[in-house]
Design a protein around this ligand. Sequence first.
Ligand SMILES: NC(=O)c1ccc[n+]([C@@H]2O[C@H](COP(=O)([O-])OP(=O)(O)OC[C@H]3O[C@@H](n4cnc5c(N)ncnc54)[C@H](OP(=O)(O)O)[C@@H]3O)[C@@H](O)[C@H]2O)c1
Length: 307
Amino acid sequence: MANDLPIPIPDLTGKVAIVTGGHTGLGFGTSIELAKHGARVYIASRSASKFNDAKRDILAEYPEANVRFLSLNLADLGSVKTAAERFLEQESNLHLLVNNAGVMCVPYEETVDGFEMQIAVNYIGHFLFTKLLLPVIQQAAESSDIGAVRIVNVSSDGHAKLAPKEGILFSDINMKDNFSVWARYGHSKLANVLHSRELAKRYPDILSVSVHPGTVKTNLSTGPVSSTPLYRFIKPLVELCAPGPRKGAANILFAATSPSLKPELHNGAYLLPVGKISAASKAGSDLKMASELWEWTEKALADREFM
Ligand SMILES: NC(=O)c1ccc[n+]([C@@H]2O[C@H](COP(=O)([O-])OP(=O)(O)OC[C@H]3O[C@@H](n4cnc5c(N)ncnc54)[C@H](OP(=O)(O)O)[C@@H]3O)[C@@H](O)[C@H]2O)c1
């Protein structure tokens, strides 16, 4: 797992970070670099044993690393609430929240809370997690340099290519009938982009951005997606050209740490690799839709007594 990151990462001593899905893939590539640069990193994961494997690998490379486990299943809002509560018991500041965990192209399934799996894990679980952590993120922002405290949503260029053209389908959020697994994935990733836009508007002291990490070789492409015709078509290209998760984490790390990002210029931005401020899709740039999605999500969570 060679590391030849194309970006410098500043010293993060004293910073506290959470990376969801931080034990593997892009999350691992992000966690290890944040820890190597001095941050205390909570790896939020649904598997303690996978966390232990990741911790072993991180310590092997950087024995001083401070990495901790936070149990989190984004497909279960009860688990999300408990994870946030556990974190709040341990820390009073959170400087970097990297909402990275995700699923792609999983067959239609509903979570215990009644949401389709991709929108649930990729967006709704992260929305609740972020909302519950905002008090300690704001607390960190009050005592940090401007722009140092950040929320990074790991989206995808699929938000533009795969989501329904009209954007978020508020009256059919699960997209159960007449939609492909790809369309549901793109829809959930569009929600990530809009979430960052609205966070930026509501919490201007926190720098919130969304990123497309690029096409990166991770477990994502060995899951259900590997059997779809579209993926079978692009697979040889991915195998040949895509970087692994250490190098592939560069855009996430840029978004989380680069001093060149400024809240007054870049809050709510969407970044292509590496560090390129880019236009999101038409729907992903729709501030009215971002606001509606926030309100829709708060109501959906309130209906289930999570807010
Ligand atoms: N790789 C790419 O080319 C690419 C391109 C665009 C966007 N992305 C985005 O990048 C992010 C990271 O993906 P990756 O490529 O690194 O894939 P990955 O290796 O499959 O990692 C996905 C992570 O999400 C976690 N996760 C899945 N379901 C979860 C749940 N219910 N609760 C908590 N954690 C859960 C997984 O944990 P388990 O190990 O327990 O399953 C894993 O740690 C995703 O948001 C993805 O959409 C990736």
